[in-house]
Design a protein around this ligand. Structure first.
Ligand code: SAM
Length: 233
């Protein structure tokens, strides 16, 4: 899977590209990414990419010419889609990420300032996505959110596929509580059943916990499957 990111701030991705999951996926040839700066496609000596909005109002907008020229210079690979980061887009969720992870190439356009000229959205963007109902200063963090969340769904990226399948949302439920050593920390004990070695009992306990936790914290996820998380896992 290939990511092409259009951004005025490619340096923001340096740390992200050092993360273990990304480095492993890139080294294994499972993902690749390239960065494209619309400023390189500006048509004046000042490398201007923004201008004031028609009709007045606060802030600046990204101009259409450098955006289109930058986008059209990106080589298309296989099944390819252009995504715009926008607080007005549909909020990312697990089913959407599964769908996006199946594309060969995602071109992610990072907005900045007050946003982008609407004609770019109408003519060149396939879909806008948001990471939540709040406004950030730019689309770089949403782009990283999408890249990391989609990458970990690609088969082979995580060492253990089971950990993806049992994650919150993948299973249709929130994940059960987990513990590691020590058994006792200031009187707080790891539940006895998890130390029993009895696989059938452990599985049943985890299913019950997942269902209880989902009902309490995210009843909206349950829909018509009010019971029996074990059937999903
Ligand atoms: C300051 S915001 C512009 C907000 C715009 N004026 C509005 O009210 O809808 C600048 C850019 O940050 C990105 N952005 C901000 N919040 C976002 C969010 N919740 N999800 C995805 N992208 C976001 C978008 O690319 C947006 O164009």
């Amino acid at each position: 899977m290939r990511f092409d990111v259009m951004t005025l701030f490619p340096g923001m991705f340096d740390g992200f590209r050092q993360t273990q999951i990304w480095k492993r996926a890139e080294a294994g040839g499972l993902v690749s990414c390239d960065f494209h700066d619309p400023r390189d496609f500006s048509r004046d000596v000042h490398r201007t990419v923004d201008d004031t909005p028609y009709g007045g109002g606060a802030g600046m907008l990204l101009k259409i010419e450098p955006l289109v020229d930058c986008l059209e210079a990106i080589p298309r690979v296989g099944k390819s889609k252009v995504l715009l980061t926008s607080p007005q887009g549909k909020t990312l969720n697990h089913p959407k990420l599964l769908e996006l992870a199946s594309w060969d190439q995602l071109i992610i356009v990072c907005g900045r300032y007050e946003g982008v000229d609407e004609r770019f959205i109408e003519g060149w963007v396939d879909e806008s996505f948001s990471i939540g109902d709040y406004v950030l200063a730019g689309g770089e963090l949403p782009a990283m959110v999408l890249m990391e969340a989609a990458t970990r769904l690609i088969p082979g990226v995580l060492g253990n596929q089971e950990s993806v399948d049992q994650d919150s949302f993948s299973s249709g439920f929130l994940k059960y509580p987990q513990y590691t050593r020590p058994v006792d920390f200031r009187g707080r004990q790891v539940p006895e059943v998890l130390r029993s070695g009895h696989h059938e009992l452990i599985k049943r306990w985890r299913d019950e916990q997942a269902l209880e936790r989902t009902s309490r914290l995210r009843p909206d996820l349950l829909g018509d499957k009010q019971s029996e998380p074990h059937k999903k896992r």
